[in-house]
Unconditional design. Structure first.
Length: 138
């Protein structure tokens, strides 16, 4: 077995790539700061408004729950088919882009689901989604 007389060199950490990344970040932030400074120095009189709200609130998705006993719930209250149609019709008149998510019980007869889908369609809603749960999310 040979005998080592010279000690091994200590491993060094190569910092070249880390320094490159730091310089790129430094340049990025310097350039970004310059753009924001030049934007604030532009001599433009922006118009003033009384309130900074959006022009129209996006319509919320309406959720219709169908239970195993055939009952329907929307907006946390039980409804009949005709009430669902009337309620959704008034909502669609105000916000035509309203969409509805139907959440049926997994054991609900398909006939009841069809009736509810027909009532929603009769109200003028054009976008109806059927909610389900995948087997993976138990």
């Amino acid at each position: 077995m040979p005998l080592k007389l010279n000690p091994d060199e200590l491993p060094t950490i190569n910092l070249t790539s880390m320094i490159d990344v730091v310089f790129l970040l430094l340049i990025f932030f310097m350039v970004g700061t310059r753009f924001s400074e030049s934007e604030t120095k532009m001599a433009i009189n922006l118009p003033r408004v009384s309130s900074a709200a959006s022009m129209q609130n996006p319509p919320e998705s309406k959720i219709v729950n169908l239970y195993l006993d055939g009952s329907i719930e929307m907006d946390s209250r039980r409804m009949s088919l005709s009430e669902v149609t009337r309620t959704l019709s008034s909502i669609v008149r105000k916000q035509p882009q309203t969409d509805v998510v139907v959440r049926p019980d997994g054991s609900l007869p398909i006939q009841r689901l069809s009736e509810v889908m027909q009532a929603i369609h009769a109200s003028g809603v054009h976008r109806v989604n059927l909610s389900s749960r995948s087997n993976l999310s138990r």
